[in-house]
Design a protein around this ligand. Sequence first.
Ligand code: ADP
Ligand code: MG
Ligand code: MG
Length: 213
Amino acid sequence: EGIAAAGAVTGMLRRAQGALHDAEQMLGDLDAVAADGDHGRGMCRGIDAAVDAADAARAAGADAPSVLRRAADAWADKAGGTSGALWGVGLLALADALPPDAPVTVDHLLAGFTAARDQVQAVGGARVGDKTMVDALHPAVEAFAAAVDAGTAPAGAWSAAVVAARAGAASTENLTARRGRARVLGDKSLGVPDPGATSLALLLGEAGAEAGV
Ligand code: ADP
Ligand code: MG
Ligand code: MG
């Protein structure tokens, strides 16, 4: 079971890697509107390091939480940028909620997503409406929680989270950045979605697709 879950983690990361490389230019272009244009490159550096670290950990027999922890550390270490640090924080919180040697349940995922959201907000200080990744992450976690509460199966809950993340990312188009580098030229970001919210929605969707959502 531990091995199977560890394989699921590496599979999801690998699928996210392909999608992020495909989206690298688009994410960089979004980030260039009001900030420094490196979001696509940073996310690619982060996911590449995460995949390598996860593969190495899995080859060494690590269980799912350990694999994800190694991936999180590598991501934070190699990505650079604010988003890289926050992805490291979020994935670490998620990893800490996974069971060492048991199947991952929907309750583990709910605890992990909630902890990830809380940690990203605690470390980054952003709230909903600041035009950051939190605008995708928070509604995704709320939608996941509501679906679990209603007794929805894991795939349905994940899919509800993806829908909410995409809507949240799209909603940032109408916002002015109040956090991160883009706050300096905040008004320039009006009319363009936040790069970090966009990549988070993309990644959640790809990881879900890998899991059969
Ligand atoms: P940098 O701004 O250091 O170049 P990136 O370009 O990789 O880093 O990431 C920018 C993204 O990081 C933003 O679009 C936003 O979603 C996210 N971000 C920036 N600051 C914060 C923060 N304080 N809290 C949450 N997310 C943030
Ligand atoms: Mg940037
Ligand atoms: Mg930068």
